[in-house]
Design a protein around this ligand. Sequence first.
Ligand code: N01
Length: 538
Amino acid sequence: MSDQQSELEQVAMFDAVIVGAGFAGMYMLHRLRGMGLSVRLFEAGGGVGGTWYWNRYPGARCDVESMQYSYQFSDELQQEWVWSERYAPQPEILRYANHVAARFDLRRDIQFDTRVYSAIFDEANDRWVLEVGDGERVTATYCVMATGCLSSANTPRFAGVDSFQGETYHTGHWPHEGADFSGKRVGIIGTGSSAIQSIPIIARQTAHLYVFQRTPNYTIPAHNVPLDPAYQAAVKADYAGIRARAKQTLPGLDFKFNTESALASSEEERQREFEARWAYGGIPFMGAFGDLLYDQAANDLAAEFVRGKIREIVHDPEVAEMLSPRNVIGCKRLCVDTGYWATYNRPNVTLIDVSDKPIEAITPAGIRARGREYAVDAIVFATGFDAMTGALVRIDIRGTGGQTLKEKWREGPKTYLGLGIAGFPNLFTITGPGSPSVLTNMLPSIEQHVEWVADCIGYLRESGLSRIEARAEAEESWVAHVREVAGGSLRSTCSSWYIGANVPGKPRIFMPYIGGFPAYVQKCNAVAAKGYEGFALA
Ligand code: N01
């Protein structure tokens, strides 16, 4: 018996380990356990829910309609759960995650409050060895990273950031007990989705709110409402149909997508369609015309429509101008809000433009920008995430030959289908870079990945194999395809977290696969049908 082998026997051994108890990790656990595997799931937080466990900022809610932002793997589950609003608020989604955990008895295999620090592939034994929590070591044949796309918070290192004497918050790590802003002066940095959802609420709580905006953002009203029981019943009666239709659309969402060209339509038709989409609300606005994300002139028409709305809503023309984005609409993730622009009509809200002159420093008493100090009692960092790669590379992941994932991805993430990585056998990523993930409704994308991984592991076990690894050439050609497809869309043309632009020093690569859910699923299925083409099996 080798030293390594005897050492391995000292540690807990599993067929599979999963990292992260969000919707991806929970379903992965359910599937693998159902196949008879021994599984342990590690979660840094104190409960299930992932994104919805951490993002508890005021106003946090999903921008995908509740009836579609839910699991479909269990019809009983989707029939029994009752959503209360068109767009579910964070506490309700967290309740749903807890309901799922209880219903499928998941907690007995989840180790909470346990961060994974390293995952090292032991080539002699074809196993992953993980260091978790307080120095505990575990080993498993398969390691599934269900670490989320937007889970590693990004807090820019502003000069003097540690000197601030007041309270600080990050939207992605909001305290469970909430924050009391009554009577306080608050500064919020950022105007992404998290800020746009929270600003209207924080503004109502504070004595004064200072919003530090680097790039204005497009947002479409949510028109959130309590869900009508008759509507819910109708959806539930046709759930199979809705889910099937959703899978045929690029974002994996059942919504009305107009394939007509904005440019080929008359001014009157365009206004009618944009107004109808505005009145309907939310992300389907981008489905107004088929060429909005592919033709700059078409995109300009939609962008100008939204700028017109800003001018109508915001009383002060200078503030309206500052709030008006000039970049491609839909390039950054479109935001969905409740009362965002009208908030700037409040006397206790001040917008500070830091686009041409960055924030100079955080001082003990506030934020210095444009040559002036804004005294505040609390700062909210709504500065987003080190998206798609951050949660993975902060774990010391080492594959064959001791290569670290961080080193491999130094110039940008490389994966095969966003599922496997050459040089990292038996490691799977759920909704990893190179998969449609954040450009789609996350729940069906998660389910598709989990099912693909479960089927793959099942195939290996049935075939008496124990090792699978993406081939370097398959990975290269997938990365090239992802890049090529991205180049055809206006989405790759602006600074966004999709290309890592929000994190200083991060390589600028369009990370998600823009080819849409149906084409991607077809590719994954074809790979599996051909005996996992592009992977080396042993
Ligand atoms: O983060 P963001 P987020 N100085 O990266 C600014 C999902 N989500 O947490 O645009 C000044 O979008 C930055 O400015 P700029 C959704 O997919 C979903 O809001 O880089 N400002 C930007 O304004 C979303 O897209 C929901 O110029 C700085 C902001 O901080 C994703 O999460 C709700 C700065 C960051 O915006 C991320 O959203 C919320 C600096 N040094 C979030 N650095 C749902 O509804 C950064 N910024 C499901």
